[in-house]
Design a protein around this ligand. Structure first.
Ligand code: 0WD
Ligand code: CA
Length: 382
């Protein structure tokens, strides 16, 4: 505890000078406080999409969308070498570039005039990445990693953009070589499972470039909160029962091969929670997992329907509950809506959370936390 306090003081001392007097309220995160009935969550509907190319340049189309193309099931199963091509055929994205909401704002700028419900709809909405909402959903059960979310209100809309915590930054900069390779292996699995065109086959001989991304933009509602968010989608299944997005989308994951019941238990309690939260938010019906052996080969695949994931922990005292996740997220969004009252793109409320503590708030003006870019603010203000 004393160690924590000393660390807190150090952070305080390094705090930017433009910190403003902060609201004193806190939001608790204990699961027991959020165990009510499942709140309303609207079926996410896709408003559009965009792509990022090999140079991380924005395109307002689906050019980066790939097609689900699993190996034939009649033979002995897959034998994917996930380490193939590492590091010589790997172009990793530059993680020093903090993009904030920029790509999503670019999409919004091009489409805000054509949104259903008119300009009034957007003024009452929350705009963010799906990944940020995933972190909110899993917060009541998270015991390792904290988060920081910057919030600004502008023309009524509440924008939420993640800030990398000092601990996350330190971990990223000191990432061990084995972990770097493991990250590559996740992307390599996508390459074995996806084709560039419907009806064609995967080509694992090429490069793995993690600048490339296909993002879906959706709207939904959680309780009384209107949401406009975007998430990266791995691929679409041309043979899915519904060809309508997001019902045709497939999420791909890799995980360690498991051999003991205890391994599976722990997988259901921790990993499946994250997989569920991420895919449920966007309305992705299936997650296809590739299990890798110690040599880095995927020799078995398993499809987890998103709506069946909770069944694995329903009777587990140490499991997770979707209602808790969604109720906490709704409570956080209400907390944020009530805290960020001033409409000002240069003003930021920074919501910070560390496991074992409640969510705290601090308030800043301009750099380094302001995240709505001038090009966006000016174009919308005109
Ligand atoms: O600026 C930031 N702090 C962040 C930006 C944090 C998280 C995401 N992003 C942006 C990136 O531009 C990325 O293209 O959002 C996009 C992905 O958004 P998302 O769907 O909301 O994020 P999430 O659900 O956390 O991740 C989806 C996929 C990941 O797949 P896995 O299977 O590992 O969950 O997006 C990728 C990754 O492949 N991804 C990222 N790609 C680039 N930069 C990032 C990132 N920071 N985080 C996840
Ligand atoms: Ca994935």
């Amino acid at each position: 505890r004393r160690e924590n306090k000393r660390r807190a003081e150090k952070v305080e001392a390094a705090e930017p000078r433009n910190k403003l007097p902060s609201p004193a309220s806190l939001l608790p995160t204990d699961p027991a406080l959020y165990s009510g009935p499942f709140p309303f969550y609207g079926r996410p509907s896709e408003l559009g999409c965009f792509s990022l190319d090999a140079q991380r340049q924005y395109h307002g189309d689906a050019q980066a969308l790939r097609y689900y193309s699993p190996p034939p099931t009649n033979d002995q199963g897959p034998h994917f070498d996930l380490r193939d091509g590492y590091p010589d055929r790997y172009q990793p994205r530059d993680e020093e570039v903090q993009e904030g909401l920029d790509h999503l704002l670019r999409w919004l700028l091009d489409h805000r005039g054509k949104l259903e419900g008119g300009p009034g709809w957007l003024a009452g909405a929350i705009v963010t990445w799906r990944g940020h909402l995933t972190k909110l959903l899993t917060t009541p059960y998270e015991q390792q990693e904290g988060w920081q979310l910057a919030a600004s209100r502008f023309q009524g809309t509440l924008y939420l953009s993640e800030v990398e915590t000092p601990a996350a930054r330190a971990q990223r900069l000191a990432r061990p070589p084995l972990l770097r390779e493991l990250m590559y292996m996740g992307y390599k699995f996508e390459q074995y499972m996806c084709a560039d065109k419907p009806g064609s086959f995967p080509d694992p001989s090429g490069e793995v470039n993690t600048n490339v991304a296909f993002c879906s933009v959706l709207r939904s509602r959680l309780g009384n909160h209107r949401l406009l968010f975007s998430g990266e989608v791995d691929c679409t299944d041309p043979r899915a029962p519904s060809t309508q997005p997001p019902a045709c989308y497939v999420e791909l994951k890799t995980s360690k091969e498991m051999h003991r019941p205890g391994h599976w238990r722990s997988f259901y309690r921790h990993k499946l929670l994250k997989w569920w939260a991420q895919s449920f938010l966007l309305g992705v019906p299936n997650v296809v997992a590739g299990f890798r052996n110690p040599e880095g080969f995927v020799c078995s695949l398993k499809t987890f329907p998103t709506m069946e994931m909770f069944e694995y922990v329903r009777n587990d005292r140490d499991g997770w509950n979707p209602s808790v996740c969604m109720n906490f997220c709704a409570a956080f969004l209400s907390f944020a809506q009530n805290t960020v009252v001033q409409d000002d793109p240069r003003l930021v409320h920074l919501f910070s959370w560390e496991p074992g503590s409640p969510v705290t708030v601090s308030k800043y003006r301009d750099a380094p936390y302001a995240f709505l870019p001038t090009w966006y603010v000016e174009a919308v203000t005109q």
